[in-house]
Design a binder for this molecule. Structure first.
Ligand SMILES: [Fe+2]
Length: 280
């Protein structure tokens, strides 16, 4: 059965309202005038988030003891970008941390895959001086949001109708729903008024060669996504058929060795990040 994009977006609207909160955090990020005082004002309306930011700042991970008592102090200690990353990651974790049986993913697998893709994309940006560290992180975190909508529909879909050749799970999505999770996710992001570069990355994260703009950013997400597949996190039923675009590596100035290094660094950093979020 084919669905119109409107019908699929209506399904997206039935998802829990967490994207609104994440959207708020991303909106803060977009504002060039963002600063510690501005962030403190926004967080001041949300006691739960304020408390978490203070806990993060005081956590053993950052080795600060219990000396941070205001959000402004926390931003000084952690840095504005880190605080925004933590807030958004925390909010998105609830959203992505659910089982997706339609994709053969257990609870936590999509979440860990998304977190690792975010961390990997940011590492690539830093190591290759690409200057889009934060955008890469958020794009990695959100690139698979379209899967959340398809997942619900997949539970009641007879996949025997799907093409015989499962060489790409994206092709199966396309055959079943008329669009794939990249296109649907991009449309969701556009309606959430996320920045244009995030929308573009979500739309093209599986085919960076076709991206009309932001191609380096898209390539970084694609490579980080592939790195997570190599780590075996969030593979589900399509992992072994992941179509990897080797040109994305070249575009970023990376070779196979660089990729393997990123894979092992992601594994290390994920442990820290998961510990931090789960202790919050
Ligand atoms: Fe994807």
């Amino acid at each position: 059965m084919k669905y119109s994009i409107e019908e699929l977006i209506q399904e997206a609207d039935k998802l829990p309202p967490l994207p609104q909160a994440a959207q708020k955090a991303l909106a803060i990020l977009r504002r060039p005038e963002s600063n510690a005082a501005g962030l403190a004002r926004v967080l001041g309306t949300d006691q739960v988030l304020t408390t978490r930011v203070l806990r993060w700042a005081n956590s053993a991970y950052y080795g600060m003891g219990n000396r941070i008592v205001t959000v402004q102090q926390a931003v000084v200690v952690l840095g504005l970008n880190t605080v925004q990353e933590l807030i958004t990651t925390y909010m998105v974790s609830d959203y992505l941390n659910r089982p997706l049986p339609g994709y053969d993913l257990q609870r936590g697998e999509l979440w860990q895959h998304s977190l690792g893709t975010a961390i990997g994309a940011k590492l690539i940006s830093k190591q290759h001086h690409l200057n889009f560290d934060e955008e890469a992180y958020f794009a990695g975190l959100l690139c698979d949001i379209g899967k959340l909508v398809f997942e619900k529909l997949l539970r009641t879909t007879d996949l025997r109708q799907a093409p015989d050749d499962p060489s790409s799970f994206l092709a199966m999505e396309f055959a079943t729903f008329g669009i794939d999770h990249a296109i649907l996710g991009a449309e969701m992001a556009r309606r959430w008024q996320l920045p244009d570069n995030l929308v573009a990355v979500i739309a093209f994260h599986h085919q960076p060669e076709a991206a009309p703009q932001h191609q380096m950013l898209v390539s970084a997400i694609h490579v980080a996504d592939a790195a997570m597949m190599m780590l075996g996190v969030g593979i589900g039923i399509d992992g072994l058929h992941y179509p990897f675009d080797q040109d994305a590596l070249k575009r970023l100035g990376m070779n196979e060795e660089d990729l393997l290094r990123v894979v092992s660094q992601i594994a290390d950093e994920m442990e820290h990040a998961k510990e931090l979020i789960s202790n919050a």
